[in-house]
Design a protein around this ligand. Structure first.
Ligand code: ADP
Ligand code: GN1
Ligand code: MG
Length: 365
C-alpha cells in the first residue's frame, strides 16, 4: 500500500535521526523492496528509507541480524586495514528508538540507512569500471569468507538452488493458474533442454566436490556505489541476500547484468549480447582478489556461472509470468515475458561465447 508523506515522516520519526526530515522520494530500480531518498530540513539527501518486502523476506528479524553482522564484520576489516573514509565504504543502518534495526508500522517493515554522499550507481558499466567492480565484489566475498558457518541465516531458503527453482517452475506449469502456458511452450522447452546441465553445482555439492561460501547473491551492476567524482568503487550495497551458497553466484550475476549489451528487459533482442571486454575486465578484477580462496573447480566453472545465473533468471522470470506476476514488480503488460525473452537471448549469446570464455580462464588454471 502506498504511504502518504505524513505517514512516511511518522515512520521516520521512530528512527534515531540526527536531523529533521522533510520528504521521502522514490529511489532506484529494485524489483522487490521500495527504496526512498530522504531529504532533511537543510536540503541534504541524508538517509535511505526502505520498505522491506516481508512476503518475500519472511523473517525480517533474521534479515536485519544478518545485515548487522555483515556490516560490522566489513567495518572491522576496513578499520584493521587502516582505510580512510570508512563511512562511505560500508552501509550504516540506524536503530529505532527501541534499539531495533527495523520498524513495523502495523502492515510493513521499514529500515533506514545513511545515504552515502557523493555516490552514484550505474545500470551499465565500461570495461574500466567493470575491472573495479570485479575487484570490489571479489574483496567483498573475501572479507566475508571467515564468518563462521551457521552465523548467517538463509534469508530466502534455497535462493540460488537451481534444482529448487526448476521445481517451482514445474509446479507453476502444472497449475497454469494464469492460463499463459500455451503462449510460452517454446521457452518452456528451451528451459527443459538445459535443466540437467544447469544443476551441476547441486550434484557436485552432494558428491562433496563443491563447498558453500558466503555470497552477496544479488551482484547486479546497480548494487554497487561509485564515487561521483573519481568513479572509484565505494561500497557494495543491497545486502538482503547475503547468505551461504555457491561462489559462482556472485560472478554470475555481474556477468548477467554488467556484460549484457542490452537491458535486462530489452524488447529489442538485437541489443542483447555479451560484451566480452566487460567479461574479461570484470573477471580479471575479480580473480585478483578471489584467486586465493577459489578452488580449481570453481575457477574452471566461472564462465558457467554467467550462464547459470542467466538461465536461473530466465527460469525465475518465466515462472513468475506463468504464475500471473506475483513476485517481481512489473511496469508494463507482459513485463515478465519480455524479461524472460531478453534473458534467454543473453543465455544464447553466453553459450556462443562459452569456448572463448573457458580459454580466457586458462590464465588462472
Ligand atoms: P533495491 O532492493 O530496491 O534494489 P537498493 O538497496 O539496491 O534497493 O537501493 C536502490 C538504489 O538506491 C541503489 O541502486 C542506489 O542507487 C541507491 N542507494 C541505496 N542505498 C544507498 C545508500 N546508502 N547511499 C546511496 N545510495 C543508495
Ligand atoms: C531482484 O531487488 P532487486 O532488483 O535487487 C531479485 C534478484 C534478481 C533480480 C533480477 C530478493 O533483485 O534475485 O536477480 O531482481 N531479488 C530477490 O533483476 O528475489
Ligand atoms: Mg538493488
Amino acid at each position: 500500500m502506498a504511504k502518504t508523506k505524513e505517514q512516511l515522516l511518522n515512520i521516520l520519526s521512530h528512527f534515531k535521526l540526527d536531523e529533521n526530515v522533510v520528504s521521502a522520494e522514490p529511489f532506484g530500480n529494485g524489483h522487490i523492496n521500495d527504496t526512498m531518498k530522504v531529504t532533511t530540513e537543510s536540503g541534504k539527501s541524508k538517509y535511505v528509507l526502505q520498505r522491506i518486502n516481508h512476503l518475500i523476506f519472511t523473517n525480517v528479524d533474521m534479515l536485519q541480524n544478518n545485515i548487522r553482522i555483515v556490516t560490522s564484520h566489513i567495518r572491522e576489516k576496513l578499520e584493521a586495514k587502516g582505510e580512510a573514509d570508512i563511512d562511505r565504504k560500508v552501509l550504516t543502518f540506524l536503530p529505532t528508538n527501541e534499539g531495533k534495526y527495523y520498524y513495523f508500522d502495523g502492515d510493513s517493515y521499514w529500515r533506514v540507512s545513511l545515504l552515502i554522499p557523493n555516490s552514484t550507481s550505474f545500470e551499465e558499466v565500461s570495461p574500466e569500471l567493470s575491472y573495479e567492480a570485479g575487484n570490489a565484489f571479489g574483496e567483498f566475498q573475501s572479507m566475508l569468507s571467515d564468518i563462521p558457518e551457521g552465523t548467517l541465516g538463509e534469508t530466502i531458503p534455497n535462493f540460488h538452488n537451481m534444482e529448487f527453482r526448476l521445481q517451482q517452475f514445474h509446479d507453476a506449469i502444472k497449475e497454469n493458474v494464469a492460463g499463459r502456458l500455451d503462449e510460452v511452450k517454446e521457452l518452456v522447452d528451451e528451459v527443459d533442454k538445459r535443466a540437467y546441465d544447469m544443476c551441476i553445482q547441486e550434484r557436485l555439492y552432494r558428491e562433496g566436490k563443491l563447498r558453500k561460501h558466503i555470497n552477496h547473491c544479488d551482484t547486479k551492476v546497480n548494487n554497487m556505489l561509485f564515487d561521483t567524482d573519481t568513479k572509484q568503487v565505494l561500497c557494495v550495497i543491497d545486502l538482503d541476500t547475503v547468505m551461504p551458497g555457491f561462489v559462482l553466484s556472485d560472478i554470475g550475476d555481474f556477468i548477467r547484468t554488467g556484460a549484457n549489451t542490452g537491458a535486462e528487459d530489452d524488447e529489442n533482442l538485437d541489443n542483447v549480447n555479451v560484451n566480452m571486454a566487460i567479461f574479461k575486465a570484470y573477471t580479471r578484477g575479480y580473480m585478483e582478489k578471489a584467486k586465493s580462496f577459489l578452488t580449481p573447480t570453481e575457477i574452471h566453472l566461472l564462465p558457467y556461472g554467467g550462464r547459470l545465473l542467466t538461465y536461473m533468471q530466465t527460469v525465475r522470470f518465466l515462472t513468475d509470468y506463468i504464475n500471473g506476476d506475483t513476485y517481481y514488480k512489473t511496469h508494463k503488460p507482459k513485463h515478465n515475458l519480455i524479461r524472460t525473452k531478453a534473458q534467454f537471448k543473453l543465455l544464447q549469446s553466453l553459450e556462443a561465447y562459452a569456448k572463448e570464455m573457458d580459454l580466457f580462464m586458462n590464465e588462472w588454471l
